[in-house]
Design a protein around this ligand. Structure first.
Ligand code: NAD
Length: 359
């Protein structure tokens, strides 16, 4: 059976890693009719904006999409296309598996963590008021009237909304996956000691949802700063983590470091009936067009996409091929070599070809 999937090559290294991924999916024996769409810098050049309705319609129609990373200007310019995609399509659950693959350079062996990040609200809501604007002055005046704490005149303000509905939805999603995957424990990560209302609400929602699963899956919670230390020192005490948006983003990169780096960390965003797969890493513009970076994160994102498309045999075939190439450690990119300047490191496409040969 052929599947129709929206493909967004993205910016920077995106076109290279998605081309490598496409080759591997085809070698795994799955027929995909790719609907290629532009988003990010190429979309701005052609259509004057980074995300068009045509792209959203394509994903809504096909229900499955995979993308390369998309650049977001830092501290100025347009808002993140990645965040817009997640919010516009209500892809509320970001799932980031952090699994150990033999042959990778990791500080700890056998890491086996699932990260569930809330994707639609928190400081990512995009509700911000810039310095010296009439809006920030109005908001500051209002807050200064209502609160014992005062906001300085030379401030910008970002709002952090956390809702009962979104918190319960992501925690329920994490528990459902934990049950389905036979996992033993879910840990809710927060900073409820300081943000007693927003993070406190997230924690209370997590505790409430956890009760319904008490006979199947253990529940614990952890303050985010302590969580970072625990993940480095006592990784194996943890199993599934569920986090609000910002902590989920930061802890994902920490966990990518535990499994050998961003080059091998896959991800997926799920809504009720749409799924969008993407690597955890960004567009790494300094490596764009150099056939240098590791395609594994995007290829493993495609493994999760194949599971989603119920192509279980092909998913296992592709995962095993990646596993074999990583274990051999020969045809791998620079980031997987013991010495990053090792001249035997291969390029993006050569690593993908080596993976194809193992299938
Ligand atoms: P980045 O992930 O692009 O790169 C950070 C570093 O990680 C790189 O310099 C490189 O050393 C390493 N790295 C990343 N991908 C790699 C790969 N495939 N193989 C080997 N090494 C790899 O993060 P950044 O520099 O903070 O962000 C660059 C741009 O990407 C920004 O515009 C940011 O907004 C965007 N971004 C997009 C997404 C997304 O599309 N979902 C995610 C994160 C960042």
């Amino acid at each position: 059976m052929s599947h129709r999937v929206t493909l967004l090559p993205g910016d920077g290294i995106g076109p290279e890693v998605t081309a490598a991924m496409k080759m591997c999916v085809e070698a795994a024996g799955v027929k995909i009719d790719w609907e290629v769409c532009e988003a990010g810098e190429t979309s701005i050049a052609k259509y004057g904006k980074p995300l068009t309705n045509e792209v959203l319609d394509s994903i809504r129609r096909n229900k499955t999409a995979i993308k390369g990373p998309i650049t977001t200007p830092v501290g100025k310019g347009f808002r993140s296309v990645n965040v817009q995609l997640r919010q516009s399509l209500d892809l509320f659950a970001c799932v980031r598996p952090c699994l150990y693959y033999e042959g990778t350079k990791t500080p700890i062996k056998n890491v086996n963590l699932m990260i569930f990040r809330e994707n639609t609200e928190d400081l990512y809501a995009g509700i911000e008021f810039d310095l010296n604007t009439p809006e920030v002055t109005r908001l500051r005046t209002l807050i200064n009237e209502m609160s014992l704490k005062k906001i300085k005149e030379d401030s910008a303000i970002s709002i952090k909304p956390i809702s009962v509905s979104a918190s319960k939805r992501i925690v329920k999603f994490a528990f459902e996956w934990a049950v389905h995957m036979g996992r033993k424990k879910v840990t809710a990560v927060h900073k409820a000691n300081i943000m007693k209302f927003s993070d406190g609400l997230f924690l209370r929602c997590a505790q409430e949802v956890a009760q319904a699963y008490a006979d199947k899956v253990e529940f614990s919670d952890c303050i985010v700063d302590n969580m970072c230390m625990q993940l480095v020192q006592h990784t194996h005490l943890y199993d599934c983590l569920v986090l609000p948006n910002l902590y989920g983003d930061i802890v994902s990169d920490l966990c990518a470091g535990l499994i050998g780096g961003l080059g091998i960390a896959p991800g997926a965003n799920y809504g009720d009936d749409i799924a969008l797969f993407e690597p955890v890493h960004g567009s790494a513009p300094k490596y764009a067009g150099k056939n240098k970076v590791n395609p594994t994160a995007t290829i493993l994102s495609a493994v999760w996409m194949l599971h989603h498309l119920k192509e279980e045999a092909a998913a296992t075939r592709l995962d095993n091929a990646v596993r074999a190439v990583l274990k051999e450690g020969k045809d791998v990119t620079y980031d997987l070599k013991a010495d990053r300047n090792d001249p035997s490191a291969v390029g993006t496409m050569q690593m993908a070809e080596a993976i194809c040969k193992k299938m």
